[in-house]
Design a protein around this ligand. Structure first.
Ligand SMILES: *Cc1c(COP(=O)(O)O)cnc(C)c1O
Length: 379
């Protein structure tokens, strides 16, 4: 790859960029900030501003814009989960806020459906909470939740993934109904639930006390994110945050979850852009990139490439690639692409026997490089 393709900033430290055909993943850089965000960040740089106040004002602006009671900017959706967990355990009690992550004497159990265990649930434990599973791998019932609730229960967590709703999981409606009948808050990880637009903030509107959104999916820096929730919940989160630590002189666990002013204004710009942009054009561009890749791959007799038809969430369309009548496995192909020049990163998720390519991290035209490279490997 030549220097016109990649800015050469990384050469100074002898590190090499790659082509990202995986999608929005943290380990490669979760997003490329859009021009609107870069501009907002640049403008916000020039002055200092009391951040306790900026958090409050930007939160109010965003909550009005999104149509939820309250909002708070965090250093990512993962940070929002940790702060929210701390918030429901310690509440408004400054002594408890300073005691965490030691939870002695507090309600410290967060209930989670066994079916909802996932990579990021560790972010809840980071506040000092214990995850308690209910239901089985096969099914979760109302009774499972009812029976899991006890005097140590602090709240119920729900992992929302509308792209792939599980009919045997306990629904969010039922979870909210049961949890609230026991005066327990409900936390929803909706980090990627940003499209269709009515899903943006939907879970708080449905009655959940908290939901997070990852700003990496909106074209802001991947080190930023959003907590949405009730006024009560967001006030408690603000007390856990780094500005609470510095501004209120209360030593909570949120001090390392720092967000700077330009990141805050970057999130504001990203949300504004996302909720007002032309999504039909966005989707049709991604569909076209996916089609281009499929057309190139159709020249290779050993590849079966099909369009993924999902448009819900943060990563619409994309291409499913499997190998037929050839000794190479999909894992071999992932490695060959990674070790090639330029290095192209793809992945096989879990036990799948196919590669899933997403356009999220591909610059316009890079889908051609990916397609041609794959065809070349099989020639
Ligand atoms: C990306 C993601 C997270 C973590 O968000 P960050 O902003 O990277 O901290 C949490 N949950 C889900 C479902 C995600 O997709």
């Amino acid at each position: 790859m030549n220097k016109e393709h990649w800015n050469n900033i990384y050469e100074m430290v002898s590190a090499k960029p790659i082509i990202n055909a995986i999608g929005s993943v943290t380990m490669l850089g979760g997003s490329t900030p859009i021009p609107e965000v870069k501009r907002a960040m640049d403008l916000a740089d020039s002055s200092y501003i009391p951040l306790i106040e900026l958090e409050e004002k930007a939160g109010e602006f965003l909550s009005d814009f999104i149509g939820v009671p309250a909002a708070y900017i965090t250093s990512g959706a993962g940070s929002a989960l940790t702060l929210a967990t701390a918030a429901i355990m310690a509440g408004d009690d400054d002594q408890l806020i300073e005691q965490l992550p030691n939870t002695d004497g507090m309600k410290n159990e967060i209930l989670i459906q066994k079916k909802h265990r996932y990579w990021y649930d560790r972010c809840l434990e980071a506040a000092g909470a214990k995850l308690i599973e209910f239901g089985s791998e096969i099914k979760t019932t109302e009774k499972d939740l009812e029976e899991a609730i006890n005097a140590k229960t602090a709240g119920v967590h729900f992992t929302m993934y509308e792209q792939n709703t599980d009919p045997n999981a306990l629904s969010l409606e039922k979870t909210i109904e049961i949890a609230h009948s026991h005066n327990l808050p409900v936390l929803v990880d909706a980090a990627g639930q940003i499209y269709p637009l009515e899903n943006f903030g939907k879970y708080v509107k449905m009655g959940a006390d908290f939901q997070c959104i990852a700003a990496k999916y909106l074209g802001a820096s991947q080190s930023s994110g959003l907590a949405l929730g009730t006024k009560d919940m967001i006030r408690k989160i603000s007390k856990q945050s780094f500005v609470g630590y510095e501004g209120r002189r209360i030593r909570g666990i949120g001090r390392p979850h720092k967000v700077d002013r330009q990141e805050m204004m970057g999130v504001v710009a990203a949300v504004q852009n996302w909720l007002t942009m032309d999504h039909e054009t966005r989707l049709s561009n991604i569909e076209e990139q996916s089609t281009t890749l499929i057309n190139i791959l159709s020249k290779c007799p050993y590849i079966e490439a099909t369009m993924i038809d999902n448009i819900i969430g943060h990563q619409p369309f994309g291409v499913k690639i499997s190998i037929k009548k050839h000794k190479l496995t999909v894992h071999d192909l992932v490695n060959l692409l990674k070790n090639g020049s330029p290095s192209i990163w793809t992945r096989v998720v879990g036990e799948n026997d196919f590669i899933e390519i997403h356009m999220f991290g591909l610059k316009a035209g890079e889908e051609k490089i990916v397609g041609e490279k794959i065809v070349e490997i099989f020639e």
